[in-house]
Design a protein around this ligand. Structure first.
Ligand code: BES
Ligand code: MG
Ligand code: ZN
Length: 509
């Protein structure tokens, strides 16, 4: 699929369908709607007058133009309220249009951006929305070729006089981000008998090769030698080999500390000896969504080449019961020397992340973000619409929250209260992996545990994506299944940090 740019008048654009917004709170026709209405002898006015479409977000109505303009069809799409119109509305409009048209086997479409000033941000959003909407989760369905419908070309129309090079770059960026998210969704969606830790390593190697990144793959015996006893403890129950993978990207001077991205990579979580109830256990193939998101970010970064340094850590393993598996009551020692009593083997994510977080800091990271499908408790607290956001200092949390808001990924901050730390103490070791007081504050206790592996002075955010990494309902640009949550936010965060560095650099000069 390719994106292209035009400054032609709407009615002269040759494509299979023109996509035009209808706003709910706008009674008067103006802009593209007015232009079309004139060319189509009042047809738009009539349709709107009969309230066939009122502009509610994601409504749509396809009309034919019978040779009156260059394009044979117009798709009216509800865009919600123009008042406080935000980028996620536009992403949804782009997604709805793509899905509605593709279903009708329409392969070429065009969007219009009316802005006279800088429409590059909006162009990027459209490219993201279209690309995300094209993802299909049914990789393993055996279907006939002719069923496959593809979108071939998306034209973005802008006013004459805008900076075209900038918009082309923005479209490319949107497509790179969208494709990276989709690729992470593909990995998450793959069954655990395909997406084993070894397969994930192969994928990580490909990303490293394509993006010219450094990669280091630590196997289980090496992990034990280096003191990653927490990771190795969880890994030993499964027969599939497990790996701790690190990726490095240097876009700035080597002396600049890298940002550390850490993703939980449980390719299957059965709970281990503390076996899960069988209800929905098959979903635990998505317990590597954090690692897949980090890989997705590196895939995008390898193409976007920002002036920033990054390290990525992926603890990749299964959590299975066996004669060799870790048992409730066992004690392991993490890379920073802290000892952990494993009172419940199903709270394994935090245990493997402990070593990964410490390793990221050993590699020099002073700012960390971890992504993990860590707790069922975060779903109880926030439902499936919001990622749980934790961390310190507040300025780093705020910066993440800002990036999330700009990309339409919803996150909600929860506290990491030092008063609750007492609950994480063990009678025999430094820490208990689930802590006391049962299910109370489960998502918070997960975060408190992780915080024990972040040194003072290091900035850290923890994203509990257990609820948001997978969706059971369709939305305009996300089908059922894996969402790839985190990739968009982190790429945005990296762009923001790069811009910030650029500015402080200028101030120095
Ligand atoms: N992978 C799960 C968390 C999870 C639950 C992710 C539902 C996605 C959907 C995690 O490893 C886990 O099992 N956590 C336990 C922790 C408990 C034993 C303290 C949980 O949430 O029940
Ligand atoms: Mg193993
Ligand atoms: Zn678990």
């Amino acid at each position: 699929m390719r994106f292209s740019l035009t400054t032609d008048k709407l009615i002269n654009v040759r494509t299979e369908a023109l996509v035009v917004n209808v706003f709910e709170d706008e009674k008067k026709l103006n802009g593209p709607l007015e232009e079309l209405d004139l060319a189509l002898s009042g047809a738009i006015r009539e349709i709107l007058g009969r309230k066939e479409i009122v502009g509610k977000l994601n409504e749509s109505l396809l009309m034919h133009t019978f040779g009156r303009i260059s394009s044979p069809r117009v798709l009216l799409v509800g865009a919600g309220k123009r008042r406080n119109y935000c980028s996620d509305q536009l992403r949804m409009v782009a997604g709805t249009a793509t899905r509605v048209l593709r279903k009708r086997n329409i392969r070429k479409l065009a969007f219009f951006i009316e802005d006279k000033i800088d429409p590059s941000e909006k162009s990027q959003t459209i490219a993201e929305g279209v690309t995300l909407a094209l993802f299909e989760p049914d990789t393993h369905r055996t279907k006939k070729e002719e069923d496959k419908k593809e979108v071939e070309e998306v034209i973005v129309g802008v006013r004459e006089g805008v900076k075209e090079e900038k918009i082309k770059t923005a479209l490319e960026k949107g497509q790179i981000i969208g494709e990276s998210v989709n690729w992470s969704r593909y990995l998450i969606n793959e069954p655990a008998n395909w997406a084993t830790p070894s397969r994930m390593v192969e994928e990580a190697r490909k990303v490293a090769q394509q993006g010219e990144l450094e990669i280091e793959v630590i196997d289980e015996s090496e992990a034990i030698k280096r003191g990653m006893g927490a990771f190795a403890g969880i890994a030993k129950g499964s027969e599939e080999p497990s790996f701790m993978v690190s990726l490095k990207y240097f876009g700035a001077g080597k002396e600049k500390p890298p940002i550390g991205l850490v993703g939980k990579g449980l390719t299957f979580d059965s709970g281990g000896i503390s076996l899960k109830k069988d209800e929905k256990m098959h979903e635990m193939k998505y317990d590597m969504a954090g690692a897949a998101a980090v890989l997705g970010v590196f895939k995008a970064i390898g193409q976007l080449k920002p002036k920033i340094n990054l390290v990525g850590l992926l603890p990749l393993t299964e959590n299975l019961p066996s004669g060799k598996a870790i048992k409730p009551g066992d004690v392991v020692t993490a890379l920073n020397g802290k000892t952990i009593e494993i009172t419940n083997t199903d709270a394994e994510g935090r245990v493997v992340l402990a070593d990964a977080l410490v390793y990221a800091q050993e590699m020099g990271a002073k700012k960390l973000v971890d992504l993990a499908t860590l707790t069922g408790a975060v779903i109880v607290a926030l439902g499936r619409g919001y990622t749980g956001l934790f961390g310190r200092p507040q300025s780093w949390v705020d910066q993440l929250q800002y990036a999330a808001r700009m990309t339409g990924e919803k996150m909600w901050q929860l506290p990491v209260p030092s008063e609750y730390k007492e609950a994480m103490r063990s009678d025999v070791a430094d820490l208990d992996n689930i802590g006391s007081s049962g299910r109370e504050g489960g998502a918070i206790k997960g975060a408190l545990f992780l915080e024990e592996f972040v040194e003072e002075g290091v900035e850290w955010v923890h994203l509990d994506i257990a609820g948001t990494a997978w969706t059971d309902g369709e939305s305009p640009y996300l089908s059922k299944g894996p969402t790839g949550v985190g990739v968009r936010t982190l790429v945005r965060l990296i762009s923001d940090l790069e811009a910030q560095d650029g500015q402080s650099q200028k101030r120095k000069e």
